[in-house]
Write a protein that binds this ligand. Structure first.
Ligand SMILES: [Cu+2]
Length: 304
């Protein structure tokens, strides 16, 4: 879901309510003004107290309505901008051209790095540290957290929580260049026990492949220069220009939401990156033989 009108947590519920109040209020005022216009156009001309209408309708009414809305919107904003919550799960999210780097801050000071996907435990507050590595992006997760800018050199904090399991889509909401529209991510809210299991697995390095075909895939990956831009923990690949691929096989999407993730789309992405996501900062690789390409794709797909 990618809608502020189907909130998946308490903070988003407040934002959803704010949206409804604004929408219904604006609709009522619109109907009222149109009714007045109809009366003015269609009824017989008569003398009215013009000054009373101007002061009442042009001054008192808007000032009252806007003041009430200002206080209401401000209080809603203040109640969800409650950063520094004790016990919150802390995650850094860094906007990149055109994908999302995700870093879980672990209690022991280490970080678990992934991309384009966040998992969060139901019922526990999540504190995001949002920043950017290049241009201004905007983190927009309407069904859980609202929207906040990601600014280079500055960290914005955002707190949200999910009150039931579910999968929510988010999207960059600040035009950031050619592939801005394909800069999406998923947030998966799940049971705390499932979440802990997932985080433990995600934090481990990749398992060296024992299957010969997958080993071929790893070798081709290294030979193909993929490791200059990508990290696979547990191998020699330690690049930082592209997403961490240590557990790429467990993610929903490729290329920040452009493709569903499975072995076929991985192969297609490698060979045809610039057709699938033109302008992407990953060059397409055409040096692999068919077998090598299949082996690389199978190897990446096996990294769960
Ligand atoms: Cu962006």
């Amino acid at each position: 879901m990618q809608s502020a009108l189907s909130p998946g947590g308490p903070e988003a519920a407040l934002l959803g309510q704010l949206a409804w109040v604004l929408f219904i209020g604006a609709a009522l005022i619109f109907v009222f003004v149109m009714a007045l216009a109809a009366v003015a156009v269609f009824s017989r001309p008569r003398a009215i107290d013009g000054e009373r209408w101007i002061v009442g309708g042009g001054l008192v009414f808007p000032v009252t309505v806007l003041s009430v809305l200002l206080v209401y919107a401000y209080r809603t904003g203040a109640s969800i901008a409650d950063v520094g919550v004790p016990g919150a799960l802390q995650i850094e999210v860094i906007g990149r051209l055109w994908w999302w780097e995700v870093r879980y801050r672990n209690p022991d000071g280490s970080q678990t790095v992934l991309a384009n996907e966040l998992r969060v435990p139901v019922g526990r507050p999540v504190e995001l540290f949002l920043t950017s590595d290049d241009v201004i992006h905007s983190f927009w997760l309407p069904a859980l957290a609202g929207k906040l800018d990601m600014i280079p050199g500055h960290v914005n904090r955002l707190v949200f929580s999910a009150d039931r399991p579910g999968i929510h889509r988010g999207q960059c909401a600040e035009y950031c260049g050619r592939q801005h529209a394909f800069m999406a991510f998923y947030v998966i809210a799940e049971d705390p026990a499932d979440f802990e299991r997932w985080l433990a697995r995600e934090s481990r390095p990749a398992v060296p492949p024992s299957d010969p075909f997958l080993r071929e895939g790893l070798e081709a990956f290294m030979r193909g220069g993929c490791g200059t831009c990508h990290t696979i923990r547990g191998t020699q690949a330690d690049g930082r220009l592209g997403p961490d691929l240590t557990h790429i096989g467990s993610r929903r999407s490729l290329g920040a939401g452009v493709l569903d993730n499975h072995v076929g789309t991985i192969a297609g992405w490698i060979a045809d990156t610039q057709t699938i996501k033109p302008g992407s900062l990953m060059p397409e690789t055409r040096v692999f033989s068919g077998r090598e390409l299949r082996a690389v794709a199978a190897y990446l797909d096996s990294l769960e």
